[in-house]
Design a protein around this ligand. Structure first.
Ligand code: GDP
Ligand code: MG
Length: 730
């Protein structure tokens, strides 16, 4: 957006109050768009300063530092630092959460180093004071050398002073200090000047402070894993060689810069905070002694998680049912008014089913993000991370990975969207890659069908444990253990990285603001609908096409002749059911002649070592749309009826009696187990892949996920089936 107006960027840590301040500053004048080339939301607005001049202001994604990793953090640093393609701001307003002052000042310090005029908007002062602390604003101003204005994101108090300070900073508009406030070591100084020489001209705009700041930024941000675009190769090489040089000398540039900044902040800025007289008597202190307690803390934590889990599993159910019946109703409506034909089938079975398949995720997504919003906003999420950190760290995961992992039991899609609460890309990636291994609720109907069809209700282990329930529990345990092991392995291989110390200031508890929780929930749901929705819809339509064409294949059986014969021989009610049976048989054969089914037949050699025939192959292909589709696809394959579910007796019967060409039974209990293991491990969910695509902004990771999970499934089933046969099962 190029205008003649001065540009003001609003920056800050996630949850610091940026959006609240942005809303107070711009009122209703704001516009929502996207940053160029990426699907990251961009809010812009106009603002009139007390001097009468108008400026353009924009909100940037929340970030803890300018050392970009994810697409969003990269946008934030581009917007704040002014790297192409985004224009440089004339002023940066850094929103600083007073209750987490030291952590927030890290970003502030980085912005100060760039030399861009800056004003700090200090939020959450009310909370700080309620916990018995005070903050010396004058001290902060003089040590940092920049204006600091206390504001309230709740009441809008201090906003006028903020506008005034912004106006003054803009009119001064002289680039400040030369270099960082903290003294770099001579070795680091050498790294900085070497890299500074390789910076492109349009970045540095010829000021030495920017040059040095950007050299520091490059030293922290550029590495082989960064996925930054538009970095000149010379710059990359220069950073690389400095890092290697440092390693030879036994130095770690990244750690050196980060600790030097924090040391400076700690030394010079912590005196601005007064310590409370009686810290333990404050409400936060008392709550923490309960919620962080090794026993009561864990008990309450499990209770909270139980509630979240329960809500995803059962409270979402009526809403899911409602969505499903609404879309079924819509289909029936279309069927009633449209003439039969391909167009009608496309609309009902492709389009409406596809949109329905997207919307059906909304209840769980909204609920999960409602709880996450409450936990983030109240300050409880930081405690969860604290409680779980040691446990999760032992398998290489972040403390915050716990909530997404648990949500994975309900559905991987909202769980993948929830990995955002972690700051580091590495933590997000590992969690995303293993969440789909958790046994989601869509696997349940498949397990139910197979267990009911193949194992006896009466059989017991040790005389009293029912085999059926035991198997179900075993499937859940199996998936959890595999997910944890996979996380540990991925963390040591694909996503190798140093353990960065977790900076954990526990913010005081605060009453969650329903409005902001709901806003967050809605914006996450919106992102899902826009980004993942399109992919899911397209996949549904493609799958529909595969399974419904060709429309009129040559059939092996003459069903019309069969009907005529039946009509001659049978009478009354029996005639109706016989005709229905023939309809189903015909539909089954048409389906078996479809492109999708032929694909199923062509993969038979690959799945035969697992004990599966080509009909199961079709079921597995159909299940790619969504796992629960396996059940209805099997219904169509076997020509049982249009409306089958896992409880359908006829489908179970057909499964039990299914034979190979040579007369052997297809579904032995061993095949059932092998199939369940396959369903547990395979990545048969295009919505999950779409969600991963959206979160990583690249096809690389969904492809990686699909390949590794499917290989795992194939190997797992092979071991079960061949191993089982080897020890004597059939
Ligand atoms: P963002 O993530 O930086 O955009 O932060 P938001 O503007 O969404 O604010 C996060 C939460 O902090 C919301 O619940 C706000 O209502 C709340 N909040 C913002 N400013 C203040 C403040 O000055 N005092 C208090 N008590 N809460 C605030
Ligand atoms: Mg915000």
């Amino acid at each position: 957006m190029v205008t003649g107006l001065s540009r003001v960027a609003l920056a800050g840590n996630p949850n610091a109050g940026k959006t609240s301040i942005f809303n107070w500053l711009t009122g209703s004048s704001q516009k929502v768009g996207n940053y160029p080339g990426v699907t990251v939301e961009r809010h812009t607005g106009r603002l009139e300063l007390p001097s009468g001049s108008e400026v353009e202001i924009y909100d940037t994604p929340g970030t803890y530092s300018l050392s970009a990793r994810s697409a969003e953090e990269q946008i934030a640093s581009q917007a704040i630092v002014g790297l192409s393609p985004l224009p440089a701001p004339d002023l940066v307003v850094v929103v600083v959460d007073a209750t987490q002052l030291l952590r927030n000042l890290y970003l502030t310090l980085q912005v100060v180093e760039t030399g861009t005029p800056i004003v700090v908007a200090l939020t959450m002062v009310d909370l700080l004071e309620r916990s018995g602390q005070t903050i010396d604003v004058g001290h902060l101003e003089s040590t940092l050398g920049i204006p600091v204005v206390p504001v309230s994101g709740l009441t809008g108090g201090g906003i006028d002073q903020l506008k005034k300070a912004a106006g003054e900073a803009l009119s001064r508009a002289t680039e400040s200090k030369d270099g960082p406030l903290w003294p770099p070591s001579p070795e680091l100084e050498a790294d900085v000047s070497a890299v500074a020489d390789k910076l492109p001209e349009e970045w540095t705009r010829d000021t030495s402070s920017r040059r040095r700041a950007l050299a520091l930024w490059a030293l922290l941000s550029i590495d082989e894993e960064d996925e930054l675009v538009g970095i000149a190769p010379e710059l990359r090489e220069s950073v690389d060689s400095r890092r290697q040089l440092a390693a030879v000398e036994g130095r770690d540039i990244e750690a050196e810069i980060i600790s030097a900044r924090y040391a400076w902040i700690d030394l010079h800025c912590s005196p601005a905070l007064s310590t409370p007289d009686e810290p333990r008597t404050s409400l936060t202190g008392r709550l923490d002694s309960l919620l962080l307690h090794p026993v009561s803390g864990f008990a309450l934590f499990l209770l909270t998680m139980g509630l979240v889990f329960q809500s995803l599993f059962s409270w979402a159910d009526p809403a899911i049912g409602l969505v499903e019946s609404a879309f079924n109703g819509l289909s029936s409506g279309v069927i009633a008014v449209m003439p039969e034909g391909i167009l009608r089938d496309f609309i009902t079975e492709g389009l409406i089913a596809g949109v329905g398949g997207v919307v059906v995720f909304l209840p769980q997504i909204l609920l999960l993000f409602f709880f996450i919003g409450l936990m983030e906003d109240s300050g409880y999420m930081a405690r969860v991370a604290f409680l779980m950190d040691r446990l999760m760290k032992s398998i290489g995961l972040h403390g915050r990975a716990f909530v997404p992992m648990l949500s994975g039991f309900a559905c991987a899609v909202p769980a993948i969207l929830a990995t955002r609460t972690m700051e580091r890309r590495r933590d997000r990636m590992i969690t995303m890659m293993v969440v789909p291994l958790m046994s989601c609720s869509a696997r349940l109907p498949v397990y139910t069908l197979l267990i009911a069809a193949l194992y006896d209700t009466e059989s017991k282990v040790l005389g009293f444990l029912p085999v059926q329930s035991l198997l179900m529990v075993a499937m859940y345990l199996f998936s959890t253990i595999i997910a944890l092991v996979a996380a540990a392995i991925l963390g040591k291989t694909v996503f190798k990285g140093p353990q960065v110390p977790l900076i954990l200031e526990l913010p005081p508890y605060r009453m969650p603001q329903l409005r902001s929780v709901i806003r967050m929930m809605m914006s996450r749901a919106g992102v899902f609908l826009r980004e993942a929705g399109g992919v899911i819809l397209v996949c549904t339509v493609v799958l529909w096409g595969l399974l419904s064409f060709p429309k009129q294949p040559t059939l092996d059986t003459d069903y019309s002749a069969m009907r005529i014969q039946i009509e001659r021989e049978v009478m009354g009610d029996e005639l109706q059911s016989e005709l229905l049976r023939i309809d189903n048989l015909e539909a089954g054969e048409i389906f078996r002649k479809s492109y999708g089914a032929r694909l199923g037949q062509s993969i038979e050699p690959v799945i035969e070592p697992l004990g599966f025939d080509w009909k199961i192959g079709i079921g597995l292909i159909g299940a790619f749309a969504a796992r629960e589709v396996f059940v209805s696809t099997m219904g169509i394959v076997y020509g049982v009826s249009d409306e089958v579910d896992e409880g359908s007796e006829s489908l179970r019967e057909r499964i039990r009696n299914e034979k190979w060409a040579d007369g052997r039974t297809v579904y032995t209990p061993l095949v059932g187990l092998s199939l369940m293991v396959f369903i547990a491990l395979a990545c048969q969910c295009m919505s999950t892949l779409a969600a991963v695509y959206r979160e990583t902004n690249s096809w690389r990771w969904p492809v990686f996920m699909f390949v590794y999970m499917t290989s795992l499934a194939w190997i797992g089933s092979l071991i079960i089936y061949q191993g089982g046969r080897w020890i004597g099962f059939d």
